[in-house]
Design a protein around this ligand. Sequence first.
Ligand code: UGA
Ligand code: MN
Length: 245
Amino acid sequence: PTIFVVTPTYTRLTQRADITRFVNTIKHVEKMHWIVIEDSEHPTEAVRELMAESGIPGTQLYTKTPENSEKKDGMERFQYHRGVDQRNLALNKIAAMGDKNAIVYFADDDNTYSLEVFDEMRKTERVSVWPVAFVGGQKYERPIVVDGKVKKWHVSWHPERTYPTDMASFAFHSSLLHTGRVPQFSHEWRQGFLESGFLEQLLDSPEDLEPRGDNCTKILVWHTRTMDVNIKREAKLRAEPFIKV
Ligand code: UGA
Ligand code: MN
């Protein structure tokens, strides 16, 4: 099956560095289609160029996350999640493309991915799952597998979630996009509940998950984050000719 890799992204100083590193991984993955969705009112030249130079078959989409807003009836303020509208747009696009034997994976542009995780996810029948490092205030979060089934989770942040796991920890078969309405993310869900809310639409119980990576004992993905770059000395310098960073 083809793997649809779904990557939300946004303009920032380190975007080209992050996407270059990401491309240097996924260019080694065979049979994949890269869907990049910019959090923007229009597609950018930077992303168009990075995608073209990568040589990876892909689709450039865009949709701007709405500004934070006040909930009606004066309820408490809530923050919009990152990547919600972008991933929803990609899900609708993939469903419309109609490939009924593909795998879908949400791969943020700043994480670190082994090549092995793509081999593992290609075996997915419904939904595969594996550990993710550097997330939730832990060295790693992981499902705990007993007799081949996910029975509980090594997670301390909101462990009461039905699927207390990171976006980078699962992939699913495209047939699940064709069983009724296309599964979606919602801004209404609490912070940190995106993954669980989404997986609840795909499966009846965590025991339906297919554990990968030697029964979830191998780290194949790291939730790395790029540091903010300090450019405070730029202003003291003479103007430079335009150089793309
Ligand atoms: C964590 C999870 O790993 C994300 O999958 C999840 O979307 C996010 O929390 C959340 O709950 O909102 P984190 O590393 O904190 O991720 O978030 P980022 O990496 O900053 O953002 C996730 C993805 O959305 C990235 O691919 C990023 O480029 C993109 N993004 C970020 C946007 O499209 N717009 C933004 O304003 C910020
Ligand atoms: Mn991130």
